[in-house]
Design a protein around this ligand. Sequence first.
Ligand code: HEC
Ligand code: HEC
Length: 171
Amino acid sequence: MNVKYRRVVRACAVAVGVCLPTLIAGVLGYAHEGHEHTPPPAGQTSAKAYKNIKVLKDLPADQLIPLMKSFDAALGVNCEFCHVVTENHEGFDRDDKPTKLMARKMIVMTQNLNKTQKILKNKASCYMCHQGNKEPIVVPPAQKPGNEPGQPAEQPSASGSGEAGSESVSK
Ligand code: HEC
Ligand code: HEC
């Protein structure tokens, strides 16, 4: 995929319903790259323009593909992760893949976060949790002895002598 496009998407934090207008401006040109379809007319909803829209009904149709590309970037996947795509670039409306069904629920969850959790300042996005991973990393890396939370990283361990301790601090 186009590198420039990916940067725009990343920079934009791939929000659902957040900063899409800015994203669109930079991205529409790439939206149908490799597709023969003409972009849906501006002002039309996704529900009208597409066949099987259950949660993004009110999303302007010309923002659907850019949003889909933001999913790719947020999860580090391509369209086929959620869609069965035929040679003629058809099949996007099909619901065969569990990942697509999961994604619908994730969209609703992310929208709810932005709607109800004001502390997030509308920043909830797929990328916020996924950070380029199919499954978010939810457990911190294993902690090394002497590097417990709340302690300075270079703190001498209990087993170290005073000498060794001052050495490591002076580094
Ligand atoms: C993480 C999963 C996921 C990825 C990746 C993804 N999509 Fe989707 N896509 C969805 C979901 C979920 C819907 C249905 C949204 C709804 O029901 O409101 C959808 C709907 C669509 C539709 C509307 C189909 C119709 O007629 O109803 C198109 C077109 C589409 N995606 C294209 C793409 C393209 C192109 C890509 C890659 C650039 C892509 N998608 C990547 C989850 C994904
Ligand atoms: C608040 C954190 C959070 C946000 C925001 C979030 N996700 Fe997720 N997502 C998760 C977690 C955690 C899992 C793993 C759940 C599990 O283990 O079953 C997951 C799993 C998934 C999966 C299944 C992956 C697989 O390998 O089967 C998909 C698809 C997905 N998310 C799509 C999305 C999309 C698309 C968005 C944005 C609309 C999104 N997520 C936003 C936390 C989040």
